[in-house]
Write a protein of this length. Structure first.
Length: 222
């Protein structure tokens, strides 16, 4: 069957990861979480003690960056220089640092190459912020998934519960800050591609979101 390249962009907590995973399972496609790559860069910045505003140090780090997704018995894992960093990158600190480093042109350039290389074979769902606008402007089906900030904060809070000491208010503050960073930066800001199908998940269960998206995809597959 004709394989597609599908993109899902949107802010934190909109449901992109769950929707992308379910769709890729259903279609037998690969699933690529590009936010994890920015988080991988953030962890590298932290571990190497780099100031993320030091462009020369960032450039040097980007040259030796070695991020790779592998599929093993635990699912899809992100390796940095062969070390599994999948769990380490899921902290509020890494979320904020990923958002900060993602505004840097050297980081975006390096990750652009990595992401486009991953799409040489179609049959993939890519989730992120600029998938449909910058990385894959020619994608076959593009979605922009959004939800109210309160709804997104509550979802993220439930995901983080027990893993951090953040209150719901802390989570909402961080989400608002990241929305602001990601959508106002000069390079590849978070925004819907003109040809993206916009889905608001505020009042939708994730199953309904997936059904709705799947309906659009099957129309394109024919
Ligand atoms: O999807 P996420 O929350 O894991 O992404 C972390 C940060 O990475 C996000 O705040 C902005 C950045 N990012 C980006 O700039 N472009 C992408 N395609 C994906 C993520």
């Amino acid at each position: 069957m004709h394989k597609l390249l599908i993109t899902i962009d949107g802010p934190a907590g909109a449901g992109k990861t769950t929707a992308s995973k379910r769709l890729s399972d259903r279609l037998g496609y690969r699933y690529i979480d590009t936010g994890a790559l920015y988080r991988g860069v953030a962890l590298e910045v932290k571990d190497r003690g780099i100031n993320h505003n030091d462009d020369a140090a960032l450039e040097k780090m980007c040259k030796s960056l070695n991020l790779k997704f592998v599929l093993n018995e635990k699912g899809t894992r992100l390796l940095s220089d062969g070390k599994d960093i999948t769990d380490q990158i899921r902290t509020p600190e890494m979320s904020m640092l990923a958002s900060a480093v993602s505004a840097k042109s050297i980081v975006r350039k390096r990750l652009l190459n990595i992401q486009q290389d991953m799409a040489r074979e179609k049959g993939a769902v890519f989730e992120g912020r600029d998938m449909g606008t910058v990385v894959f402007p020619g994608a076959d089906v593009k979605f922009f998934l959004d939800a109210s900030v309160k709804t997104r904060a509550l979802r993220r809070y439930k995901e983080l519960e027990g893993k951090t000491s953040q209150t719901l208010e802390d989570v909402e503050r961080d989400i608002r800050q990241r929305d602001e960073n990601d959508s106002t930066r000069a390079l590849a800001p978070l925004k819907p591609a003109p040809d993206a199908i916009r889905v608001d998940s505020t009042d939708l269960a994730i199953d309904d979101v997936v059904e709705l998206m799947f309906g659009h995809i099957t129309k394109v597959i024919g």
